[in-house]
Write a protein that binds this ligand. Structure first.
Ligand SMILES: C[S@@+](CC[C@H](N)C(=O)[O-])C[C@H]1O[C@@H](n2cnc3c(N)ncnc32)[C@H](O)[C@@H]1O
Length: 457
């Protein structure tokens, strides 16, 4: 981040604005929204500036610039329309450790003016670090249209009621729950539609009548197979409001970057045979954190209930009386098959699909092989790469055709997706020596043949 967004309190500050033209007029208009004293410094003031001066006692005027003027200033804006002069003013300001902006020159500035969406007291600022003002304006327009004009009023009313809410709900978590409910609920709607009397009544009644516990909650969320676009709206919403996230190795960095920026992030990884934190410890940690009143996001690859041990986690939460929500995710089978162009079922080739764990204990697989050898069925093996030789040979031994098509999908749905196809007979030799990155999924069935025509990425 080249520029850190900060909000300056300019109450009682003196801003030195050097320049008398159009640029200076625009910055003066903006600065007039604050309570700063504005010292305009220019020999000649454009008519717009003269009008602003006549109408606002906040502005004073000096004709000649001298570095001495900096001594009594808190903030400096150089807008002379003369690059050399502006650079000199900026250098002199920096010498005195004063924040300085050279209008339309981010490089020469120590601070820049963002595009502003003003719903005071709520203010949103957008910036492209001075690089693409057009893009910034487009973004601002987008925000302007999505943040209702009455947002400021909503903030003011809520701030008025907040002392009552603080008394009634002394714990932070109670208050958070109260406001989360009402700032997105009917109270907000009433304010947005101008019905402030009703809004006030409703929120005052709610403060009196409602009850909120100080307890935290756990969100068990499926993050899908890797592509962040495959997240559900609900997953994203909960990711944005959690205080702490416990995530697995399978959750991609792109997805993790969507979690609330200031949420604590704990890697409880789950590499094959190298569990960073034992499952039981994860279960206990979820309980402990929720009991501390935190909103805990348990973020898992794919779907939490498909080979994800999500059931065990909520079982422990239920025992401990901790509230939880479960958000399904797109499981690897669906994601990988879709992105590999392999329909898991198909009218002509497969009427059922089985999700199977290929995770072997002691190199043996105690599976119902006979059941898997069925016509018109697709088999999907999770965690099946290491066990692939056993899987392929067992299926053939139990009567499946050695010619049965097989696809191995590595890092499905991500930019690094790789798909290797073969048959039960040759897949093990085909992948020998190839650099195959985890995670991988094995799809077996006639439907794999369709990829030849249907692959799309
Ligand atoms: C412990 S299981 C978790 C499955 C997850 N809960 C789901 O619903 O997809 C891990 C296995 O899922 C499969 N897997 C998950 N994401 C994958 C991806 N992006 N590409 C290929 N396989 C994936 C692999 O077989 C991996 O070994």
């Amino acid at each position: 981040m080249e520029f850190l967004p900060l909000f300056f309190n300019l109450n009682g500050s003196r801003v030195l604005l050097v320049g008398g033209g159009e640029k200076a007029a625009r910055k003066t208009e903006l600065l007039l929204k604050t309570h700063a004293q504005i010292v305009l410094c220019a020999e000649i003031l454009a008519p717009a500036l003269q009008q602003l001066m006549a109408a606002n006692a906040q502005i004073s005027h000096v004709q000649t610039y001298s570095p001495d003027l900096l001594e009594a200033s808190d903030l400096v804006v150089a807008a002379t329309d003369d690059a050399e002069k502006d650079a000199a003013i900026a250098a002199q300001a920096r010498l005195r450790h004063l924040p300085v902006n050279v209008v339309n020159d981010a490089e020469a500035s120590s601070f820049i003016f963002p595009s502003i969406i003003d719903r005071s007291p709520v203010i949103a600022a957008v910036s492209s670090s001075g690089q693409m003002p057009v893009l910034t304006r487009l973004l601002r327009n987008l925000l302007e249209s999505t943040i209702p004009p009455a947002y400021g009023r909503l903030a003011e009313l809520a701030a008025e009621i907040n002392p009552l809410a603080k008394k009634r709900f002394p714990e932070v978590n109670q208050r958070r729950k109260f406001w989360e409910r009402h700032l997105e609920g009917r109270f907000a709607e009433l304010v947005f539609s101008g019905k402030e009397v009703e809004a006030r009544q409703l929120i005052e009644d709610s403060v009196k009548d409602e009850e909120y516990s100080n307890e935290g909650e756990v969100y068990l969320v499926g993050a899908g197979p890797g592509d962040p676009d495959l997240l559900t709206f609900k997953a994203l919403r909960l990711m944005r409001q959690a205080d702490i996230v416990l995530y697995d190795r399978l959750v991609s960095p792109a997805i993790l970057s969507l979690v609330r920026a200031d949420a604590e992030k704990v890697d409880v990884g789950k590499e094959r045979a190298n569990h960073t934190l034992p499952q039981q410890d994860i279960n206990e940690l979820l309980v402990t954190l929720a009991k501390q009143g935190r909103r805990v996001l348990r973020l898992k690859g794919g779907d939490p209930f498909i080979f994800g041990r999500g059931g065990e986690e909520i079982d422990r939460l239920a025992d401990a009386g901790v509230p939880f929500q479960v958000v399904p995710g797109i499981t690897a089978a669906s994601g990988c098959a879709a992105y590999a162009g392999i329909p898991l079922t198909h009218r002509d080739f497969s009427q059922s699909v089985r999700f199977i764990t290929g995770h072997l204990k002691d190199n043996t697989c105690d599976l119902a092989w006979q059941d898997f050898v069925q016509n018109r069925q697709t088999l999907v093996f999770y965690m099946g790469l290491v066990g692939l030789p056993v899987i392929a040979s067992q299926l053939v031994q139990h009567g499946m055709s050695p010619e049965m098509p097989v696809a191995l999908v590595s890092r499905g749905t991500t930019p690094g997706q790789k798909v290797i196809t073969g048959t039960l007979e040759n897949i093990v030799d085909t992948i020998k020596g190839q650099d195959i990155k985890a995670p991988t999924l094995v799809i077996i069935g006639e439907v794999v043949k369709l990829r030849e025509k249907l692959q799309w990425r």
